[in-house]
Design a protein around this ligand. Structure first.
Ligand SMILES: O=C(O)CCC(=O)N[C@@H](CCC(=O)O)C(=O)O
Ligand SMILES: [Zn+2]
Length: 345
């Protein structure tokens, strides 16, 4: 029945959202020979007959209200299932948090994107659906990467949208590489997706992209595409180039990427992370202040009980400010421009 529904409509998103808590696995083969395996709700793997050396994971909906990436991935899956998109690489598509998508909320109980690399089992353990999902998603990522043999390249693009507007509409988070060099080729690929602002992280994290990067050696990124909007209200033309470039990667039709030039990018590193320590954490700027905004030295940015956070370095810019996070979690990052010329490969 699932197979027939998918063959008829290609609508894996609808199937996922109708079964947010789980889906029985099934597998079938498309007329063009591509093997399709549904592993769980929101988890679908494809293997074309002849595939290249790339193992690609696209994820979306890790935060339930970030809809533009869900629409991009759902369209890609639909086009594969209906034979319009002929894959040339192995692909795993993950719709991260179906229950939160149904609620139109970032999370149901806990932020899924703070639960990877084993954080799902820390403290009280696997006590809610998001913790279980993080554990399961880790398992699916491992299974996908480990299923193929030989010399292969691993990729994971975890697509998000930001809560606020941004001076740079699209930007990526490059997880901490523990001293390894950043890859020009990946930055060139991001640029082809119209993502030319990249935040280079300097510490380990509990995010999905860091998990894929650190545990599986994947080229992995969190990619932020615009600002959160309800389904149907995204201007998808803003993300057409990104979707087109991802499709070109999947079909091995990517045009040769222009040579890397640092001048084409806004590269940042984290100067400091501000974690929420009390329920009184408060931001001292308006909700419509955009990511990557800078203020003059000394400007009050946030208070947390008796603590005051002020601009303490010329040019530091704010990103991901969110007073509603759980205590102990990142409430804002302050970033500064980064010169990477000597640390690229
Ligand atoms: O706009 C915001 O405040 C959050 C948008 C978002 O979900 N960002 C990701 C970034 C993950 C990373 O640091 O790689 C997140 O906060 O989980
Ligand atoms: Zn997100």
């Amino acid at each position: 029945m699932i197979e027939q529904q998918l063959r008829d409509t290609g609508d894996f998103l609808a199937l996922t959202l109708a079964n947010p808590d789980g889906l029985s696995p099934c597998h079938f083969t498309l007329d063009n020979g591509t093997a399709v395996e549904v592993w769980d709700t929101g988890v679908i793997a494809f293997q074309p007959v002849n595939y290249g050396t790339k193992d690609i994971i696209l994820s979306c909906g890790v935060h339930g209200n970030e809809t533009a990436p869900i629409e991009i991935c759902a369209e890609i899956v639909k086009d594969i299932l209906t034979g319009k998109l002929l894959l040339a690489e192995r692909l795993l598509v993950l719709i991260g948090n179906p229950a939160a998508i149904n609620l139109g909320k970032r999370e149901v109980t806990e932020n899924l994107n703070r639960l990877f690399s084993g954080h799902h089992s820390k403290g009280a353990g696997v006590i809610n659906a998001e913790r279980k999902r993080a554990k399961d998603l880790e398992h699916y990522v491992s299974r996908f990467y480990q299923q193929s043999e030989g010399e292969r390249q691993r990729y994971l693009y975890d697509l998000h949208t930001a809560i606020r507007g941004s001076r740079f509409e699209k930007f990526a988070v490059y997880p901490f590489l523990h001293g390894k060099p950043w890859r020009k080729q990946q930055l060139q690929f991001l640029a082809a997706c119209e993502v030319t602002t990249v935040l280079l992280m300097q510490t380990a994290a509990s995010t999905f992209s860091y998990y894929a990067s650190n545990t599986h050696g994947a080229d992995a990124f969190t990619i932020e595409l615009g600002k959160v909007q309800p389904f149907g209200q995204n201007d998808m033309t803003r993300f057409a180039k990104t979707a087109q470039t991802l499709r070109a990667l999947l079909t091995a039709t990517l045009a040769e990427l222009p040579p890397f030039s640092a001048a084409h990018f806004h590269l940042y590193e984290v100067y400091r992370a501000i974690n929420k320590q009390t329920q009184d954490f408060k931001l001292h700027f308006a909700d419509d202040v955009e990511n990557f905004t800078s203020y003059p030295m000394g400007t009050l940015l946030a208070t947390d009980g008796d603590l005051e956070y002020r601009v303490e370095r010329e040019g530091e810019a704010l990103i991901f400010p969110n007073a509603k996070v759980a205590i102990g979690q990142r409430a804002m990052l302050m970033v500064i421009p980064k010169d990477v010329s000597k640390q690229l490969i």
